[in-house]
Design a protein around this ligand. Sequence first.
Ligand code: C5P
Length: 210
Amino acid sequence: TQPFVIAVDGPAASGKGTIASRLAAHYGLPFLDTGLLYRAVGLDVLTTGGDLGDARAAEAAARALDSGRLSNDAALTSGDAGEAASRVAGYPGVRAALLDLQQAFAAQAGGAVLDGRDIGTVIAPNAQAKLFVTATPETRARRRWLQLTGRGDPITYEAMLADIQRRDERDAGRGAAPMVQADDAVLLDTTDMDIEAAFDAARRIVEAAR
Ligand code: C5P
C-alpha cells in the first residue's frame, strides 16, 4: 500500500487534535501532535529561568529537545505552556530546529497523521489528505474553558476568549510559517458539531482523498 499522510491544521481548540488522533487510530497510523514540541520548548525556557523574548535561548532549547518526553509530561497541556509555545513558535530558528524531526515522522513508510499549524504548508506539503479545522473563537474559548475548569484551573471564560484571540493573531500574523489554510486543504468548520460529527466529516474528507 501507498504511504498515506494526513495533515491536520487549525487554531487552538478547533477540535483538530481530537480529530487527528481519532483518524490515526481509525487508519492505524502513527500520530504526532506537533504543538507538544513547541510547548516543550516554551516550557523549557520558562523552567530554566529564561526569557521568552530571547530567540537564542529558545533556539537552544529547541535544539536540545528530547522528543521522548512528549507523551508523559502533563505540564505540556497547561494554558501557560500553550502561551509560551506560541511565543517561541515565532522564531525561525526554533522552527528550523524542529523541522527534521517532524519531516522524518511524516516520512515513515506506512504514513502518518500530524496536527499543528503548518503541516499542510511546510512540514508535509505533499500530504495526500489535508484538513484545516476551525470554529468560531467563542466556541473554541468555551470548549477550552470547560476543559480547563473541569480539571480545576480557575480561569474565566472572558480570559479564555482573550487568550484564544491573542494566540490566533500571533499564530496567523507571524512571518515564519504563519497559520494559514493550504490551497489544497479542505476546510472543516466544527462550530456546530460535536466530536462524533466532526470525526465523521473528517473521515469523509480523508476517504475522498484516498
Ligand atoms: O496546538 P497547540 O495549542 O498545542 O500549539 C501551541 C502553539 O504552538 C500554537 O499556538 C502555535 O504557536 C505553535 N505551533 C506552531 N506550529 C505547529 C504547532 C504548534 O507554531 N505546527
